[in-house]
Design a protein around this ligand. Structure first.
Ligand code: CA
Ligand code: CA
Ligand code: CA
Length: 227
């Protein structure tokens, strides 16, 4: 029984480490909670500029065409398919973005900055293309301090949300940032939702657990021999 109890406690430890370190990653708390952006925030679709200018964004639970006539969900074309693809009943609020022509601008960054210990992290998010066509698909890169992800290309303009998951080995640096490397203005329009950052339990924790069990069994064997 004691052996079983020890094993159980060692197995639970890594599982308990999972927790989303990002606040408001689902955007349900609206704009300016848990994040900031170098892009300009547009409050509602009746603003004169809408989201027709590059480097602008909003937080909405509605279809993109309300913000830009060339975006998905409008009458005609693939309207029914677009509405199904966006699945707003499931997603609620999301960040709707007209990409910048300067890839140094931060699309999204955690604010206040996260305080991370060195180690491996998993960054996950959902992305959808809001332009009706596939020109200049967004190219996303995640930066976690000194760790950079590969380039994550947005799905086609006829597809639904796509889930992305990257592992990053973080050593130092305070910021958790989402960049868009696509610098073309024609297209480069996308939505993101469900941002998540989790610490990945280190394999060494498991190894120590196995060593701990081995040591325990050795001790037990010794005490049995002595008896
Ligand atoms: Ca959401
Ligand atoms: Ca579709
Ligand atoms: Ca654009």
């Amino acid at each position: 029984m004691r052996k079983l109890a020890l094993f159980a406690s060692l197995m639970v430890m890594p599982l308990g480490a999972y927790a989303n370190l990002i606040t408001n990653g689902d955007f349900e708390a609206g704009n300016g909670s848990g994040f900031l952006s170098d892009y300009s925030y547009v409050a509602n679709p009746t603003d004169p500029v809408n989201l027709t200018a590059a480097a602008t964004y909003t937080i909405t639970d509605d279809m993109p065409f309300l913000w830009h006539s060339a975006w998905r969900g409008g009458p005609g074309g693939n309207q029914a398919d677009d509405i199904a693809d966006f699945d707003l009943a499931t997603h609620g609020n999301y960040m709707l973005i007209n990409g910048a022509t300067n890839d140094a601008l931060k699309v999204w960054y955690a604010d206040p900055a996260l305080s991370l210990s060195p180690g491996q992290y998993r960054f996950e998010f959902d992305m959808i293309t809001t332009y009706r066509f596939d020109s200049a698909l967004a190219q996303i890169r995640i930066q976690l301090g000194d760790a950079l992800s590969s380039v994550l290309v947005a799905p086609a303009g006829t597809d639904g949300w796509q889930h992305y998951s990257v592992l990053l080995n973080f050593n130092s640096g305070p910021e958790t940032i989402l960049f868009n490397l696509q610098e073309a203005a024609g297209g480069n329009d996308f939505g993101i939702d469900n941002l998540s950052l989790e610490a990945v339990p280190e394999p060494v924790t498991v190894s120590l657990g196995v060593l701990g069990i081995a040591a325990f069994l050795r001790r037990r064997l010794k005490s049995q021999k002595a008896a």
